[in-house]
Every structure is written in C-alpha cells, then in structure tokens.
Design a protein. Structure first.
Length: 483
C-alpha cells in the first residue's frame, strides 16, 4: 500500500470531511480564532471548525478523524476554566452547541436534551412545569449540558442536591471510532453490565462524544430562606456543614468567605457588611422546601447562629436575599481589582479538614506575601482558593506558582482532590499524577487507550503535562482568569 506523506494527511482528511459535511466545515482563520481557546485563555491552532447540526454527522467526522489520526476537541460554550475545550494539538473543533433541543417528559419527570442545550434554559423550562433541575454552576446562563456532563459540573446547590452526575440517567453518543453507543437508559435504576455512563461523565471529552442526555428532574422547591452570618473564627464557621447535618437540617447552600476575602470586599465597596464588626469569616446559608418545614428549620438555624456566630441577618423575601447574595458575589469582583491575574483553584477536601486547609492558606499568604482569598462551597468541602498577582512580574508569578504547588501537595495530603468541579484539562496536568498511585494511573490510561487507541479525542488533556507552557516559562501552571 502506498504511504501518504504526513503533510498530506490533514489535507486529504479535510477534503473528505468537506465532502461528507459540506457547509458545516469552517476553515477561515477569523472563524477559527474564537474556538481556539476557552476560559483558560491559552490558544491552540485548530485547522477546522465543524458546526454539528445532526448528531449522526458526529459519526462521519469521527470515522475520518480516526482513520487519519486527526485530533478532535469537543466544544459546548467554551467556558471551561482549565483549557479542557482548547484544541491544544490542533486538528478539528467539534462545536456541539447547535444540538440544543430540550424535551421535557413531565409525567416521567425527565428531560431529554441535546448536549448544546444551555443549563439555565433547561431550568427555566422545567420550572414552568413545576419541575426542577438542581445542578447550578455559576456559568449556568451560558454553559451547556454536554460541557457540564463532560466535566461533572458542580455549583452552589450541590450540598443538598448533588452534582451533575446525580441527575444523568443515560448518555447517547459516539466512540472515537464513530460507532454509536447509549450508556444507561431512561430508568431510575440500572444494574446491567458495566456502568460506562459514569465513565463518560467527567471524562472531559477524552472518551466519547455525547450527543443526547437524559436527565432526572425533581419537583420544584416552594420557598427559600437566606442567612448571612459573621463568625469569630474559621473553626466556628467551617463547623457549620457537620453541625447542621447533625441537627437534621440540609441547607441547599452553604457558602464560605474567609476573613481576607471579607476585608478585601469591604475595602472595595467601602462599607462594612455588619456595621461595627471588623472583617470576620462569613457564611451564606440557604434553606429551601415547603413553607411549614422551612419555618421550623428557620427557628433551628437561627438558634444555632445565635450561639455560634457574632451576628447574622435573615432574608425571607427575594429582594432581601439578593442583598445578602451581593456580599458573596462581590468577593470575586473585589479580588480582581488587586492584580491583573486571578488564579482560581477548585480544590475539594473532607468536610472536617477545611479548617486545616484554610490555616495552611493563611500560612502561605504570610510566607510568600501573596494576595490569596478563599471562598466557596464549604457545604461540600469544595473551596475556591484564589491567587492574585501580576502576570508581567516574573517574581510574583514564580512566587504564586510555588505557593500553588504547595497548596496542591497539601490538598492531596489531606486526602482531598485537586479539582472538585472544573476538571483537569490542561491547567491541572502538573498536579494530577500525584493524585493517583501507579495502579490507579495505569488503569485510567488503559481505559483511554482501549476506547481511543489512536488518541484522537481531546489529546493533551488529563495525562500529558502541559509542556508548551513549561517552555514559555518553566513550571508555570495555570487556571488563569484574566480581568
Ligand atoms: C464565570 C464562570 C463560572 C463558572 N462556574 C462554575 C461552577 O460554579 N461550577 C462548575 O462546575 N464549573 C464552573 N465553571 C466552569 C465551566 O462553566 C464548566 O466546566 C462547564 O461545565 C463547561 O461547560 P461548557 O459548555 O462551556 O463546556 P466547554 O468549555 O465547551 O467544554 C468543557 C469540556 O467538556 C468537553 N465537552 C463539551 N461538550 C462535549 C460533548 N458533547 N461531548 C463530550 N465532551 C464534551 C470539552 O471537550 C471540554 O473538555 C465556570 C466558568 C465560568 C467562566
């Protein structure tokens, strides 16, 4: 058989792709630029953008890509903060945002959705029918269900309702070879064979392309109550998740802000959150459910807060709750004013180790003279540790990166994980190997090699250390969130 020279391979593959899909294939550089990067803002060099309008076209794309070993990177909204949707090794970007159908089966309390459907839109449509899809990443207004499933997205309400994985009943899609598969069924239970549905969830587009998602819905909640409380110290604040759980209360949200974050936001808004109280760790707690249950829980939480906090406010109305939420939202905006780069990590640790982790961050802040703020989903032990520094300053960057390595080592030593919701992508590749022992790592690699022997799906993610960036600046690692 005649061997095709490597430089001709991508030309031939592209010609075949055009023959198969025609107009849906875009190669104009101006059109490719917006899909060359994601929320990490490190650009790859894609050769083609394929806008998928019919799920069966995914099969045609993958068959050609697999034959010619062309990298294929799936893309929803491109809001990944880790470089997951970046076509880092070139090749083709598979834009699935056009497969955005939402069909709600009200009697069975299910939603059958295309991967391009936006999370917030599903929530709105479900709400109109008295139903509820709880996973709520802060990106819900634009991020897609396909991206959420591929990253096993979390969000604020996970403490009571769980993560994306907890709502997925079945996934349809294509293997890297272009063969169709459906993992799981639209049933509440499934104990038939290996659970490959869960293998795809959180696999960051490295094992298959999702083209249809069946989700479980629940009944919409009736009302909610919001509390904002200031605590003397981290021990009192971070004790809340287990203390409330032991009282039989399951808040839908428990968000933590450390003393440093509160100090930063008070300077930003030029106002004290609680008049006369110096910056202290705070919690935003939300309860939801039937009004009669909520009334009793409100009394119990108020009694607990009277004992455990310095001061607290309660919001029963939507507008009052919004005011309390502003405090949580402003933390991030305030931090972004401090430097041109904000590195937002999403580590997760066991609930009872959170104080240890925050103490460790306090030590890092002192030792490295760095601006580091902690806030996030303490009900799940999923804390966002934010490093602020100026990227142009090599010394500041080096210091932030050294501190980041120390943080990740600490997280692993606390039996935690380097990512609780954003995934590994490119940004966490320098740390991920330390998370696993040899047997675990080799098993993951064996799965990847079995399902995708030519390594065409999202190459460079999870397993390879992010070398190009290392070349630019040794050991620099990122979850960069530019202003
Ligand atoms: C302001 C902001 C707030 C955020 N808040 C949160 C938060 O609270 N919680 C949270 O978990 N995340 C959060 N994120 C991160 C991001 O929104 C999530 O990771 C989200 O799940 C990505 O969805 P997407 O549609 O943008 O996917 P993309 O960024 O396009 O892709 C993400 C990954 O999924 C893969 N993928 C996409 N579609 C498919 C498919 N159909 N089949 C197979 N693989 C696919 C991609 O290849 C990539 O690896 C936030 C991001 C931003 C910018």
């Amino acid at each position: 058989m005649k061997t095709i020279p490597p430089e001709r391979v991508s030309v031939i593959a592209l010609r075949m792709l055009r023959e198969a899909l025609g107009e849906s294939v875009e190669t104009d550089r101006d059109q490719l630029y917006p899909v060359a990067y994601d929320g990490l803002k490190i650009a790859g060099s894609p050769e083609a953008l394929i806008k998928i309008e019919r799920s069966e076209d995914v099969s045609a794309v993958l068959k050609i890509a697999n034959e010619y070993s062309i990298p294929v990177t799936c893309r929803g909204a491109g809001s990944s903060l880790t470089g997951g949707a970046t076509p880092f090794q070139g090749g083709w970007v598979l834009d699935l945002s056009g497969l955005n159908s939402i069909s709600i089966d009200q009697p069975n309390m299910l939603a059958i959705c295309g991967p391009g459907a936006v999370v917030g839109e599903l929530q709105e449509q479900a709400d109109q029918l008295g139903l509820f899809y709880p996973p709520d990443p802060s990106s819900k207004k634009f991020s897609t269900l396909g991206g959420n499933v591929a990253c096993n997205a979390g969000g604020l309400r996970c403490v009571k309702y769980g993560v994306t994985r907890d709502y997925v009943l079945s996934l349809s899609g294509y293997l890297p070879t272009g063969e169709f598969v459906k993992w799981g069924r639209a049933t509440r239970k499934f104990a038939t064979g290996y659970n490959l549905r869960d293998l795809w969830i959180g696999s960051e587009g490295t094992l298959g392309v999702i083209t249809e998602i069946t989700l479980r819905l629940i009944l919409a909640t009736e009302s909610r109550i919001t509390f904002l409380a200031a605590f003397e110290d981290d021990k009192s604040a971070l004790g809340a998740p287990l203390a409330l759980c032991k009282m039989g209360i399951r808040p839908s949200i428990i968000e933590y802000m450390d003393r440093w974050t509160i100090d930063c936001l008070q300077k930003y808004v030029e106002k004290e959150v609680f008049t006369g109280i110096a910056p202290r760790p705070m919690l935003l707690i939300e309860l939801d459910g039937a009004p009669e249950v909520l009334k009793k829980e409100q009394e119990m939480v108020s009694a607990w807060l009277r004992n455990s906090s310095i001061d607290f406010r309660t919001a029963l109305e939507e507008s009052e709750a919004e005011e309390l939420w502003e405090v949580r939202r402003q933390g991030s905006s305030a931090m972004k004013k401090l430097a041109n780069t904000k590195l937002n990590e999403d580590i997760v640790i066991p609930l009872n180790r959170q104080v240890e982790l925050v103490n460790f961050v306090n030590e890092l802040r002192e030792e490295f003279k760095l601006k580091i703020g902690v806030f996030g989903h303490c009900g799940d032990g999923n804390l966002h540790v934010n490093f602020m520094y100026n990227e142009e300053d090599p010394l500041e960057t080096d210091t932030a990166v050294t501190a980041l390595h120390r943080l990740m080592d600490k997280v692993i030593s606390l039996d935690g994980a380097i990512s609780g919701e954003h995934g590994v992508g490119l940004a966490k590749t320098p740390f991920v190997r330390n998370q696993f022992n040899d047997a675990e790592w080799n098993t993951m690699k064996a799965i990847k090699n079995t399902l995708d022997p030519k390594g065409i799906l999202n190459p460079g993610k999870i397993f390879d250390v992010f070398k190009p960036w290392d070349q630019k600046k040794e050991n620099v690692v990122l979850s960069w969130e530019h202003k």
